[in-house]
Write a protein that binds this ligand. Sequence first.
Ligand code: AMP
Ligand code: ZN
Ligand code: FE
Ligand code: FE
Length: 299
Amino acid sequence: MVARRRIDLHTHSSYSDGSDSPAELVDQAVAAGLDVIALTDHDTVRGIPEAAAAIAGRGLALVPGIELSAQVIDHPGATPRSVHLLGYFIDPDHAELHYEMERIRAHRADRLRLMVGKLSADYDITWDEVLAGIPPGATPGRPHVAEVLIAKGYVPDTTAAFAGPLRADGPYHVPHYAPRLHTAIALIRSAGGVAVLAHPFTDERSGAIDHRLPDDQVLEGYRALQELGLAGLEIDHQENSAEGKDVLGRIASELGFIRTGSSDYHGAKKPNQLGDYLTDADQFEAIQALGTGSGLITG
Ligand code: AMP
Ligand code: ZN
Ligand code: FE
Ligand code: FE
């Protein structure tokens, strides 16, 4: 019997909110026995050259990728929902994509500074301390604030920070700009990439589609996204609920979405471990066949 190819299509490096440099991420992926990883940093492709250099001679293949921030606004005046869109085999030099990534990162920095300002009323924490932990050029995110809260003994780990002071519905949270999901899908597509919705069902209120709607409306919502160019759903993910995986599985079968599984590894900044969830080879081949912006980088 041929061993299953171990394919993990969602990982973060220190170019966003992961703790490992791209080279360390590659070391970890080799140690985890992976055959393919996608580097999918938030709103940046800056880690790809280092990861590409690091895989030489390691027997690991690299998918150039991104996790693009997006938002969904159901109707005028509705509270925007933050949504993440994975893009595989994008052209990392695509000008429009760069413009949008730059814009999101600038807003992310402003937003994090505002959050730290609010937090500083109740916690002994400064923006300079947070900034000191963000590598030059990296996409700033709440895990960078979590690091300082952990170092100062306010919370034991990132998970506790996100359940407490950093929670999205808490008093210190500030949202950041992101393009609407339809714009994000179009952008990934115009960069030659394959768009896959990240962790689409963490709970029924989150995600691109409001899963509290009747089944036929949920299905229509996904069909509309598919018509816009969405190719796949990240179903096997730590944060999708068990019920969510069932719902998404049925939708993927009915509409013919590619089904992926991935760890969403962030190194020490999240408990998720490389290879916790994997993508089947046939699903990966379907992604590879659709991607035109770049190809699989082999060592
Ligand atoms: P932000 O991008 O600043 O809104 O922060 C959200 C990011 O923090 C996501 O990419 C998550 O993967 C990451 N993160 C790390 N640990 C957690 C956690 N325990 N709960 C939620 N998000 C987390
Ligand atoms: Zn993250
Ligand atoms: Fe995400
Ligand atoms: Fe992620």
